[in-house]
Write a protein that binds this ligand. Structure first.
Ligand code: SF4
Length: 354
């Protein structure tokens, strides 16, 4: 999968675009003035693998809160601002590593110039966020891919007219096909980095499937530099799903990938494949491995080790209360079912230090 060449922008210590790895970002979902709760949430998001967190900044008090939060976390923060140039300027001055604002929504040219000159002074990139609601409804009845591209172009033009090119763009709708096509059209025309994802993607399985299709399709075509899975609910899940998408596509170079079989009549009912796989995943997540490893949890020892022969380590359901511990398809030893996860984790801790 060949990545499209784009310009690189820098938000705090995070590079986006160019040869930078694809990053995972998210947004807090609690009021910004709950400062302690935000700090705690951002720490958890960071631990889960978020590389940038966005917060909605809607008034002057929010700018103050943003500044305090920024001083207490160790991850780039983006301030999300609508319409108000004073808030944008204040957010930059208070420590934002990036701001999201659409210059076409700012009242006057003078105000846009003020934002740009502050962003330049503080070396802060600007994210233009185009979505279905931001297109000109007088010209376009629906947010077609062409309409979305045109809207992005208008915002970009304003920044370029002011010699500002530290830009990252997102073009999102809640429609899979329109979002994919709009991002493809954009990447044919521009070399600005793209923040990709679906907006208003819903919740649960439907959100996971749709977001994976959009992000996966674009990444497969070399498009996209930073991703966000927008999900109603816990933002930690957004980060975990985002990382799973990157892992699945071989774009995340560290962490554990767990494969497991669907089970069938060959599975010894005493070996609960799902429960075992979930427990292994939880314990691996807690380890924050900095090494790529593939683990397999398979339902039988007849086909399991063979089908998962590319896994570094695995367990295959056996009989008489035992399962097989294997590595690269080769048997290591039999272990009791209730001791199997511990045995696998022991192999893992040896592998980490190899
Ligand atoms: Fe069935 Fe064994 Fe294949 Fe799992 S690995 S699906 S238990 S044959």
């Amino acid at each position: 999968m060949k990545r499209k060449n784009t310009k690189q922008i820098i938000a705090g210590n995070l590079k986006i675009g160019g040869d930078a790895p694809i990053s995972v970002q998210t947004m807090t979902n609690i009021p910004i003035d709950d400062i302690d709760e935000n700090i705690e949430l951002i720490h958890r998001l960071h631990n889960a693998g978020a590389e940038l967190v966005r917060l909605a900044v809607k008034d002057e008090k929010a700018v103050e809160s943003f500044g305090i939060i920024k001083k207490n976390v160790d991850i780039p923060l983006c301030a999300d601002i609508h319409f108000d140039h004073k808030l944008a300027i204040a957010a930059i001055k208070t420590g934002a590593d990036k701001i999201r604002i659409n210059p076409g929504n700012i009242k006057s040219q003078e105000q846009v110039k003020e934002i740009i000159s502050t962003a330049k002074e503080y070396k802060i990139p600007i994210r233009i966020g185009v979505n279905g609601g931001s297109i000109d409804r007088k010209k376009y009845e629906h947010p077609t891919p062409q309409a979305l591209l045109e809207s992005a172009s208008e915002h970009i033009q304003i920044l370029e007219d002011n010699n500002f090119t530290d830009i990252v763009v997102s073009i999102k709708t809640s429609d899979l096909n329109d979002t994919i096509q709009a991002n493809m059209l954009f990447s044919e025309k521009y070399d600005y980095p793209l923040h990709i994802g679906l907006t208003e993607a819903g919740f649960g399985n439907s959100c996971i499937v749709q977001s994976s299709i959009v992000i996966g399709t674009l990444l497969y075509n070399g498009i996209g530099n930073t991703i966000r899975v927008s999900m109603t609910g816990d933002p930690i899940q957004e980060v975990k799903i985002g990382r799973e998408i990157l892992k699945s596509m071989g774009l995340l170079e560290w962490g554990t990938k767990i494969i497991s079989c669907p089970t069938c009549g060959r599975t010894d009912p005493r070996f609960d494949v799902l429960k075992t796989a979930e427990e292994v995943k939880t314990r691996c997540d807690e380890l924050h491995l900095n090494k790529s490893l593939k683990l397999a949890i398979m339902g039988c020892e007849v086909n399991g080790p063979g089908e998962a022969s590319d896994a570094d380590y695995g367990l295959a359901g056996g009989h008489d209360g035992y399962v097989l511990l294997f590595a690269k398809g080769k048997k290591i030893r039999k272990v009791l079912i209730e001791e199997s996860v511990d045995a696998l984790m022991e192999m893992l801790s040896i592998a980490i230090y190899e």
